[in-house]
Design a protein around this ligand. Sequence first.
Ligand code: ADP
Length: 222
Amino acid sequence: MDTILDLQQVSKIYKSGDRSLTVLDNINFSIAAGSTMSIVGPSGSGKTTLLGLCAGLDRSTSGTVELHGTRLNDLNEDQLAAVRNQYVGFIFQNFQLLPTLTALENVMVPLELRGEKNIKPRALDLLDKVGLAERSHHYPTQLSGGEQQRVSLARAFSNKPQILFADEPTGNLDAETSEKVVKLLFDLNREAGTTLVLVTHDLELAAKTQRIIRIKGGKLVE
Ligand code: ADP
């Protein structure tokens, strides 16, 4: 099976003044293309940091992160952004929608960045998939948390990402919306072969993925 993501001896150390904090300590794992995986562990154990490194949103202090055959460590900021645009979708814990853009415009952004044509109908179609076609002209502040999460999902899907990283995708959602979001994620995996990497506290959700890794105190413990 092809490997889409490979981490070798990855560490992340934050420095402030003369103090340093080792947040990730010698992490090694790889992920097969098209598979599903969860990262679990206590709060503050480094899960979000790890997800950011894997997605090319942040850089490791040492070790290598290879995404789709490209060593992210070797890239400058522009090259890193290009890799993200081409391969990666990301769903943030706090949604991170652009507040001055409507739901539709938020979903159009990645399509624009890729220089694609005919983006409005495609963005509308994506919003329709997440059940928000009627809300396309609403701004993020006019949407509930669950609706914002679904917009951020539609935005992440718009890249047709080969790998989708989601940080607590159901964290702020009620049971019903959470079920919808989870279904959308796994449909994407089944239908488009998108690799899913989830950070979650929800062990029921984690159990739905093919593999679970546990982080504790910055170390991979199982
Ligand atoms: P988790 O997602 O498992 O809750 P995080 O990856 O968010 O954990 O955080 C792990 C640790 O790294 C925490 O102690 C947090 O305070 C610290 N941390 C995260 N980001 C930064 C940063 N930019 N600067 C300094 N410390 C950070």
